[in-house]
Write a protein that binds this ligand. Structure first.
Ligand code: AMP
Ligand code: ZN
Length: 119
């Protein structure tokens, strides 16, 4: 059984079937620039296996979430934003505005973002 969903745009990006600007990659995750950036630095980090949303994180796949946070620390260093700061956002479901149903972590940086919940 494939770890990918044939109808998922982020699975297609991971496979290279849809182009993306790669920022970081390892065995478990892939990071690329958001096509519609909401901040000077806007990166998406995705697990290399299809997980639809936070609702589908469970004991069988939870390790990848911790791994992604560790990858984010490395990406922040690489992007030169670790000292100035960044915001990590994951939208889950309709009310949160999730539009792509493959778990992803937005990294937003490069401008002050205030104290609210959104960039
Ligand atoms: P969300 O609203 O949390 O589901 O975020 C989905 C994000 O994916 C949005 O910020 C989009 O701009 C971004 N996005 C959609 N298609 C692509 C693509 N082909 N390459 C890069 N980013 C994309
Ligand atoms: Zn997917």
């Amino acid at each position: 059984m494939s770890a990918f969903d044939d109808n998922c745009i982020f699975c297609k990006i991971i496979k290279g079937d849809i182009p993306s600007t790669k920022v970081y990659e390892d065995d478990l995750c892939y990071a690329f620039r958001d096509i519609n950036p909401q901040a000077p630095t806007h990166i998406l980090v995705v697990p290399k296996t299809h997980i639809s949303s936070c609702n589908d994180v469970n004991e069988s796949n939870e390790a990848v979430v911790g791994h992604i946070y560790s990858a984010i620390a490395r990406i922040a260093e690489q992007e030169g934003i670790s000292k100035t700061g960044y915001r990590i956002i994951t939208n889950c479901g309709k009310d949160a505005g999730q539009t792509v149903f493959h778990l992803h972590f937005h990294i937003l940086a490069g401008k002050p973002m205030g104290e609210g919940m959104l960039p």
